[in-house]
Design a protein around this ligand. Structure first.
Ligand SMILES: [Zn+2]
Length: 460
């Protein structure tokens, strides 16, 4: 625990609310400070760009970003060959090498533009569910842009705004006492925001979460999808009365179709998925037609085959992004670590922004079959399994899978056998499958739920 966390944990609850508000006021200043309105207007204006306008805009911007990288960013200046730098001048992104996470993790400063000297540097860390966290370094202007972007392309597309009261599930340790008897949230009065604790959500605490939404007149929800899904299940099981909500915008774990259904039933509003990373090298958000549009002004997104060539539509490949919004710490052809596929069909909403058919998952969350196949869609194991509250697939070896299940009442051996059968259908009968009932599934240190954990070291 850092010094601030230790200090915060010792405060009485009322003082924690005040601390959260002071922190919120600082954020409010960062968010809506100088330049915000201009950034917001620009994101809103580009919302109605035609395909040609997007192409032209991106072309100019990309050239600029690449040339700055080659000239002013030590990592690229020193590692890119003569040929690579020639490709930069020709604007040939596809000729540049891919960037792994490791160099960025090892030396985040080597990716900073030497010709920029921002007055304020803000550092955020990736949650680091695997490996050490990565330090991402921002200017205040870039942060403001990212918040204007979220207002324009997440909140407004979902019919809400950051000016309306909201609740957030995130990795923040808002309630430091694991045995707390509540409240399980803290209120940031500066932003009318209820920070919910992702670590205390259980059947017996669900009601107090709903009460907090009502008390603070929350109009929309944002943050970890799995926490909102879990809360939605408790709401339906206990028939809790939910105050009227306008939208749920999820920002973390992928929303499976059954998660979406449960959330829509419980919250009685639309569920919108946002796809981004802490690095903010890319951004995609869901429009009212339910499609996930990539914002071309945030980053150039490529989906690649293992040999580096671009994937055809609907073909699953690795997501690689070149950041256009964040300039100070420059990421060129950055391997985001996700798998996704393009959907070329035009969207009924009329926006020509590219559509991701699906972000299939984190590559580190894939399960490897004995034949080397990587498989990422494991939610099928638990579809129509009403007695499974939560489940996690742990790959222990190439031929052994452990499935941890938090059962609800009524879970029996027939359910377990069914899960084993489904897992073997996907991985082959030679794979040993162990179903282990547990009372809780451990979250990551950032409070995230991981559906798949692989203990098998990956080759290549
Ligand atoms: Zn659309």
């Amino acid at each position: 625990m850092g010094r601030f966390d230790t200090f915060y944990a010792q405060l009485p609850v009322w003082a924690q609310h005040s601390t959260v508000t002071a922190y919120g006021a600082y954020w409010h200043w960062l968010r809506f400070g100088r330049g915000y309105t201009t950034y917001l207007d620009e994101y809103l204006r580009r919302d109605s760009f035609s395909a040609n306008e997007w192409q032209a805009w991106q072309h100019v911007r990309l050239r600029n970003v690449l040339q700055n990288a080659a000239t002013h960013v030590p990592y690229y200046r020193e590692t890119w060959s003569k040929d690579t730098k020639a490709a930069v001048l020709a604007g040939r992104l596809e000729a540049l090498p891919l960037l792994d996470k490791e160099p960025l993790r090892a030396a985040p400063d080597a990716f900073l533009r030497e010709d920029m000297a921002p007055k304020r540097r803000l550092t955020f860390h990736t949650s680091g569910s695997t490996g050490t966290p990565i330090a991402t370094i921002w200017t205040a202007g870039e942060l403001r842009q990212s918040l204007a972007l979220r207002e324009a392309r997440s909140a407004r597309w979902a019919g809400v705004s950051f000016h309306l009261p909201r609740a957030t599930f995130s990795g923040r340790m808002v309630e430091p006492d694991p045995d707390s008897r509540g409240p399980y949230y803290r209120y940031n009065a500066a932003e009318h925001q209820v920070y919910l604790s992702a670590f205390h959500l259980r059947p017996d605490t669900a009601r107090s979460y709903v009460d907090a939404l009502r008390k603070h007149r929350v109009q929309w929800l944002t943050g970890y999808s799995f926490s909102y899904y879990l809360l939605a299940r408790f709401i339906l099981e206990q028939r809790l009365d939910v105050p009227p909500l306008k939208a749920v915008i999820t920002t973390s774990e992928k929303v499976r179709p059954e998660m979406r259904r449960v959330m829509q039933d419980a919250y009685k509003c639309g569920v919108f998925e946002e796809y981004s990373t802490v690095e903010n090298s890319l951004f995609a958000s869901e429009c009212s037609s339910g499609r996930l549009h990539v914002s071309p002004d945030v980053g150039v997104v490529e989906i690649l085959r293992p040999d580096g060539t671009p994937c055809a539509p609907f073909e699953i490949g690795e997501v690689v992004a070149t950041s256009l919004m964040r300039e100070y710490q420059s990421l060129v052809r950055y391997r985001v670590g996700d798998l996704a596929q393009w959907d070329p069909d035009p969207c009924p909403c009329g926006r020509p922004m590219p559509v991701l058919r699906e972000v299939i998952g984190r590559m580190e969350d894939a399960v490897v079959g004995p034949d080397g196949r990587q498989m990422v869609r494991f939610h099928g194991l638990f579809v129509q399994q009403p007695n499974v509250r939560e489940a996690q697939v742990v790959q222990e070896t190439l031929t052994r899978i452990r499935i941890k299940v938090v059962p609800s009442n009524g879970f029996g051996s027939a359910d377990a056998e069914d899960i084993v059968k489904r897992a073997q259908q996907r991985l082959g009968p030679q794979v040993e499958v162990v179903v282990e009932p547990v009372t809780v599934i451990q979250r990551t240190s950032a409070g995230k739920f991981r559906a798949v954990v692989s203990l098998v070291s990956r080759v290549g």
